[in-house]
Ligand binder design. Structure first.
Ligand code: HEC
Length: 118
């Protein structure tokens, strides 16, 4: 029995690592305050957020539909939501949405990306 625990742990760690290195091209965990480009921000959004929120924030991905996400591109949503609200959700997560460890410039860039859906 224990013979299997170690390899499967290993596998989990391994998958965890490859996942990390793929995303770390554009994201640095925590502290780093290097400004990021618009392209990097768009990549960040498509890697981290689009699977649920959809490419244009409409929440129309299969996962987004299952989670009943709000459409972030409507004027109504854009107007009632402040940049601070958006950042807060990214940092703290909400419901089924995990919290993301992103640097401040990355969060600000994501806010901009979401504003561009308007
Ligand atoms: C695992 C799916 C998932 C991922 C990935 C995800 N979210 Fe979410 N998000 C949710 C859920 C669930 C909610 C809460 C339901 C809602 O408010 O529509 C939410 C809510 C939000 C809200 C608030 C919506 C509102 O109505 O006020 C914002 C803004 C947001 N997410 C942005 C992001 C950003 C930016 C990313 C990428 C860094 C991201 N999300 C990644 C599932 C996800």
């Amino acid at each position: 029995m224990t013979r299997w625990i170690v390899p499967s742990l290993f596998l989990t760690l391994f998958i965890g690592c490859t996942h990390d290195s793929a995303k770390d091209k554009s994201t640095s965990e925590g502290g780093d305050s290097q400004p990021i480009t618009e392209t990097e921000a768009a990549n960040l959004y498509s890697i981290r957020c689009a699977s649920c929120h959809g490419a244009e924030g409409k929440g129309d991905s299969p996962l987004g539909r299952t989670l009943h996400l709000s459409d972030l591109s409507t004027r109504e949503w854009q107007e009632k939501t402040s940049d601070k609200d958006i950042e807060k959700v990214i940092v703290q997560g909400r419901g089924q949405m995990p919290a993301f460890k992103l640097s401040e410039p990355e969060r600000k860039a994501l806010v901009k990306t979401i504003r561009s859906f308007r």
